[in-house]
Ligand binder design. Structure first.
Ligand code: NOJ
Ligand code: CA
Length: 733
């Protein structure tokens, strides 16, 4: 009982701190609190003082305080008293009682410019508290807390120290105690894949073993019933949006969260290695940041730059980065997923069920067709999957040395294709499927990248399908986290851009390695080709979850929605309208965007394909206009170095209307708005391909009335109007 009372006091007291805008008063009050309440160790506020973060002691013993933290947004609790610390396996101790040796606060307010991104400039403004702590056996740990206007991040640092320098982490004790049974958007705490459709439930109704469509291909052997992955998105009854994730995941396993339903407390669950250890740390070393983003506006969650700000600056100087190019691409890809052609030479390896053998997709003539299309329509890249030997044995066989990444199949004339692409100004994108054999890939990496450079390839899509070989390691464990970073580093050294499929979920490392353009790490559009697919709300949840950590290669742009087109017996389909596929180029931020459908499906709908041709992939500005996780997202973005804007609006299974003000446009300037909308009777299930295109003159005073079909969307391009255009189009009313 005493502890409970003690626990409640800091939250109660700091409400006054929030209300006290004058720093001197706040300081005085903190001094008083410190003197009278041993349980408040230190408070720290966001620069705008809306967020308060308290470090408190929940008990003491001979080795010091047991430390915890709490967080408030204005007067609303965000995180209740939550423990901090570790269980170490070496030295074998529980490191959760500390003496506070020193405290230090400082403020940072700076602006930096990403090489590419959603905005031109990012403000990095926070107050930092560093606590120097001494735990059992004299082990020194620094707890570093940064509080921004949109949330907080904290990490543990093990400085170099006399005595122990080699730590084995058995468990991280970090908790996130929620203060009510919030609505949550979650996927199971699997150690190997994030390719799930999202569940929406209250916290107490989380059941990670309760089914889910991704189980078609992934064995659910590892996860706890109450374990979920981050980014975890929540909404409270009091109108707060809370997002928990991590930033700068380097040399450490990913963190899942296991819910104790009695106390609504999430405990961190680090992905283990083969013998059950979590992390091997040689001091000086530090953990990733644990991040809590909070706002009373869903739109502000989507525009948060907190995770990027917590990552290290770019290792590529902006003066030396002309080789890092945001881009669009087409590719020999969807044709395998729909079962029209195969990855392997003999024609049996396809994405969906098929009765007979099909042609090998990556043959010289077929690839040249993609090159011609890309050249004609100003698309920068052509991805070629299935070009190299090994695909006969790639899946489910756990062979270590399937691929060598340098040997083409006999019908793919690499020299000829490369020269042809070069003559047309198109870049071929390399494909390295590792089939989960990371050791094999590490042995081949240098050879494979030198081979790429010899042929002038400057981008690679990697993949880690299946269990990790050697067996026992997980996709999201420390061993693989180190592997992905080595790939980022090495490709950076070779000046190669990289797009990873099946890696650990991203945590903002694209700031540090801007050649790491995108990754998958979630359930992409491909699932719609050969599985129960992605429900219509999927793309309204992804920006609040997976995309919080970084860009996703979602592969939008599917125009032929129903798979029965390819085979009348097929029931699979994309769970959106065609117009929503266009809107995804805006709502699913990525500097690397595929136009994923077959060329022949674009050839017959060139009017709609025009949006994909026009849309930018790099931006000077982004306005998140409307958003609600699981329901809808409306975003406008200004093309980098240009005057044009692009808008995307998407909805879940419900039809929706938006009155969208174009006040972000330059005042006094006229623009031509090209509106790609759902047809009047469009519906993702019954009539998904019906669309209409309209052009109007608009300006910053225009209010666009958008009408989205069930599972639908609208895409809009807004280009400054030429004088002649002002005569040919009507003003929007
Ligand atoms: C899964 C990836 O997500 C997909 O894009 C790729 O085509 C296959 N693996 C084969 O590498
Ligand atoms: Ca995948």
């Amino acid at each position: 009982m005493t502890t409970l009372v003690l626990r409640l006091v800091p939250i109660f007291m700091t409400n006054y701190l929030y209300m006290l805008r004058k720093p001197l008063f706040a300081l005085l009050l903190m001094l008083v609190l410190n003197a009278s309440r041993a349980n408040l160790i230190e408070s720290i506020f966001s620069p705008d003082r809306n967020i308060s973060f308290m470090v408190v002691a929940t008990g003491t013993d001979s080795t010091g305080y047991s430390l915890a933290y709490e967080m408030l947004y204005r007067t609303k609790p965000v995180i209740g008293t939550s423990a901090l610390g570790f269980v170490l396996n070496n030295p074998a101790i529980r490191l959760d009682h500390f003496e506070v040796l020193a405290k230090q606060q400082n403020t940072v307010d700076e602006t930096w410019s990403p090489l590419w991104g959603e905005v031109k400039h990012v403000r990095n403004n926070y107050n930092q508290l560093t606590l120097k702590l001494k735990g059992k056996r004299g082990i020194i740990v620094h707890l570093i807390i940064r509080v921004f206007n949109d949330g907080a991040g904290f990490r543990y640092e093990f400085p170099a120290q006399p005595g122990f320098n080699h730590f084995i982490v058995g468990d991280e004790l970090t908790e996130f105690r929620l203060t009510d049974d919030h609505k949550a958007f979650w996927i199971p705490g699997d150690y190997d894949t994030n390719e799930y459709a999202y569940y929406t439930s209250t916290l107490r109704n989380i059941d990670a073993t309760g089914g889910g469509s991704a189980q078609e291909i992934h064995a659910k052997t590892f996860f706890d019933k109450n374990a979920v992955q981050t980014p975890l998105m929540m909404k409270t009854d009091k109108g707060l949006y809370i997002n928990i994730h991590e930033a700068a995941l380097v040399n450490y396993p990913a963190m899942n969260l296991v819910l104790d339903k009695a106390t609504l407390t999430f405990r961190s669950q680090l992905v283990p290695d083969v013998v059950g250890n979590k992390a091997y740390l040689r001091a000086p070393e530090r953990t990733p940041w644990r991040t809590i983003i909070v706002s009373d506006k869903a739109t502000e969650i989507l525009s948060s730059k907190l995770i990027l700000n917590l990552n290290e600056p770019s290792k590529t100087a902006s003066t030396d980065a002309e080789w890092v190019k945001p881009q669009k691409f087409v590719g020999v890809w969807w044709e395998m997923h729909v079962g029209k052609s195969s990855w392997d030479y003999s024609g049996s390896q396809v994405g969906s069920q098929q009765a007979s053998r099909v042609p090998h997709g990556a043959n010289t003539a077929n690839v040249k067709r993609y090159v011609d299309f890309a050249a004609k329509h100003g698309i920068e890249g052509v991805l070629v999957e299935g070009w190299n030997t090994g695909w006969e044995d790639w899946f489910g066989q756990w062979k270590e040395d399937v691929f060598d990444f340098v040997t083409p199949y006999p019908d793919f004339n690499l020299t000829e294709v490369t020269a042809y692409a070069k003559s047309k100004g198109v870049k071929i994108i390399m494909h390295h499927e590792t089939s989960g054999s990371a050791t094999n890939y590490e042995r081949w990496m240098d050879t494979a990248y030198r081979f790429m450079k010899r042929y002038g390839y400057d981008a690679v899509k990697t993949g880690y399908v299946g269990k990790i070989i050697p067996r026992g390691e997980h996709h999201d464990g420390q061993w693989m986290v180190r592997h992905y970073e080595r790939v980022m580093k090495k490709t950076n050294e070779y000046r190669i851009m990289v797009d990873m499929h099946e890696p650990v979920r991203p945590t903002g490392l694209h700031r540090t390695y801007p050649n790491f353009l995108a990754c998958e790490a979630a359930r992409g559009n491909e699932f719609n080709a050969w599985s129960a697919g992605n429900p219509p709300d999927h793309e309204t949840i992804l920006p609040f979850t997976r995309l919080m950590g970084g860009p996703m290669d979602y592969t939008p742009g599917i125009f032929k929605i129903k798979m029965s087109y390819y085979d009348s017996s097929k029931k699979e389909q994309v769970h959106t309208t065609l117009a929503k596929q266009l809107a995804l180029y805006i709502t699913m931020y990525s500097p690397l965007q595929m136009a994923a459908d077959l060329l022949e499906n674009y050839e017959v709908k060139m009017d709609a394909f025009q949006f994909i041709k026009d849309v930018a992939v790099d931006w000077d500005d982004t306005k998140v206009l409307e958003a609600e996780p699981g329901d809808y997202v409306v975003i406008a973005r200004k093309a980098k170095g240009k005057e044009s804007w692009f808008m995307g609006a998407i909805t879940d299974e419900n039809t929706r209307n938006f009155n969208t003000s174009l006040s972000f446009l330059d005042a006094g300037r006229k623009y031509i708005a090209t509106i790609y909308r759902d047809g009047d009777k469009a519906d993702w299930k019954a009539n998904p391909e019906a669309y209409a295109i309209e052009k109007f003159i608009v300006d910053s005073k225009t209010i666009l009335k958008l009408k989205l079909a069930p599972g639908g969307g609208t895409a809009v391009s807004l280009m400054p109007a030429a004088a002649t255009e002002l005569k040919s189009f009507k003003t929007y009313k």
